[in-house]
Design a protein around this ligand. Structure first.
Ligand SMILES: NC(=O)c1ccc[n+]([C@@H]2O[C@H](COP(=O)([O-])OP(=O)(O)OC[C@H]3O[C@@H](n4cnc5c(N)ncnc54)[C@H](O)[C@@H]3O)[C@@H](O)[C@H]2O)c1
Ligand SMILES: [Zn+2]
Ligand SMILES: [Zn+2]
Length: 386
């Protein structure tokens, strides 16, 4: 039997193909019939040939649906249950899982850290497809209320809502503090709305895509800073009257760069993987903390020639040391947050779906990859219905 899925061929080339229907490979697994999945900024790194994806891979790590089948060893789930999966695949019982580092499970991939449909993160088929196999199903599936309410909020529990929240946790944001978020993609918007929920006194969001900055202003009460229009740190410190308490990097190594001295703050052709981190070092006050959830890599198979393929950055560590700054990085441990964030959605205290701009059928995925990759105005978060 076969099902349909989004298959990667080569850079900027994905298509809908027939793939083998997944089956149970161990008694602790389940098969999920997918009702909603999404395209993530992280998928674009693979789509652009910048993250070591293999030809023939099925993409997709933001997945929710209905349990179709469970193995004999699964205790908490049964066919018909509505669930959302964390993008991390984790066992729940290794040393790292025991300590809450679900993004770095020791039993699912080598190097540690598994995900559905992601290069170098284990053999797990992606969820931009009709069905997916769920390893360690009791541990990985988070149950949702029956029915179809909040579908577009719950799908964001797979990744971007917890990841944005995690950015503010890594920055140790406290009520009343000020924060700057670089990047107004779905992750940055979720970080800014998490900051609002946690009681930040002032929130600044830096990007160049006006439609995304508008969402930050409207839904997160953030002050938008367009880095095409002004040197972003100056724009922010002028508005705030100095550096802010905390910062989040929701951009990563593919940061669009410009002249740091200010005359030409923006050059869309130039990429500088150190750009955002160095801006944060400047923008955050002494003693501050910075959460880096934007993706950095030690291997860039297709880097522009001025960017280091080993991911060695020109980070101004001396300046960071002088200011006594702290940094946190890495994959979000979704399980640490998703149950509580789910309950905020159920009780009406969180509506994370505001960045969703498109919901299309799986067949339209190739076109939406192209448009999301261009950061086209108005294309912010794309859901796919298998
Ligand atoms: N750590 C994790 O667990 C995790 C999970 C999901 C996504 N991510 C990563 O988070 C990052 C954001 O993902 P996304 O889904 O929001 O996608 P995205 O790529 O759409 O968002 C990035 C945004 O950054 C903006 N940008 C580019 N250069 C900038 C600069 N110099 N200053 C400010 N903004 C700039 C872009 O215009 C874009 O709006 C990606 O690197 C993604 O891989 C990490
Ligand atoms: Zn993702
Ligand atoms: Zn584990």
């Amino acid at each position: 039997m076969s099902i349909k899925g989004v298959v990667y061929h080569d850079e900027h080339d994905v298509s809908i193909e027939k793939i083998d229907e997944p089956d149970l490979q161990s008694p602790n697994e389940a098969i999920l019939e997918i009702t909603t999945t999404a395209i993530c900024g992280s998928d674009l790194r693979m789509y652009e040939g910048r993250a070591g994806a293999d030809e023939g891979m099925v993409f997709g790590h933001e997945i929710m649906g209905t349990i179709e089948q469970v193995g004999d060893g699964v205790e908490s789930l049964e066919p018909g249950d509505r669930v959302v999966l964390p993008f991390n695949v984790a066992c729940g019982f290794c040393k790292n899982c025991e300590e809450g580092h679900y993004g770095y499970c020791l039993n699912v991939a080598d190097p540690p850290g598994g995900a559905y449909g992601y290069g170098q993160m284990g053999p797990y088929q992606g969820g931009q497809a009709e069905k997916v196999r769920v390893p360690y199903a009791d541990f990985n599936a988070l149950k949702l209320p029956e029915g179809d309410e909040h579908e577009e909020d719950f799908i964001l529990l797979a990744d971007v809502f917890p990841t944005g929240w995690h950015g503010t946790e890594l920055a140790d944001l406290q009520p009343g503090e000020s924060i700057v978020v670089f990047g107004a993609g779905p992750v940055g918007l979720m970080a800014a709305s998490s900051a609002k929920r946690k009681g930040a006194s002032e929130i600044y969001v830096v990007d160049r895509v006006e439609s995304r900055l508008d969402l930050a202003k409207e839904h997160c009460d953030a002050t938008p800073i367009n880095f095409e229009a002004a040197y972003p740190v100056e724009g922010m410190t002028d508005a705030h009257g100095g550096p802010v308490d905390k910062g989040v990097d929701a951009v990563g190594y593919q940061a669009i760069a410009g002249d740091r001295e200010g005359d030409h703050p923006y050059d869309p052709k130039r990429e500088d993987p150190s750009y955002v981190i160095n801006h944060l070092i400047e923008a955050v006050m002494a003693g501050g903390k910075i959460g880096i959830v934007g993706l950095y890599t030690s291997q860039d198979p297709n880097e522009p020639d001025h960017v280091d393929e080993q991911g060695v950055l020109n980070v101004e560590l001396g300046r960071a040391f002088e200011k006594g700054l702290s940094f946190g990085t890495g994959q979000c441990p979704v399980k640490r947050y998703n149950r509580r964030l789910r309950d905020m959605i159920v009780s009406g205290r969180a509506e994370p779906s505001f960045p969703i701009s498109h919901r299309v059928s799986l067949e339209d995925a190739p076109e939406m990859y192209e448009r999301f990759d261009k950061r086209e105005e108005g294309v912010t978060k794309v859901l796919l219905s298998p």
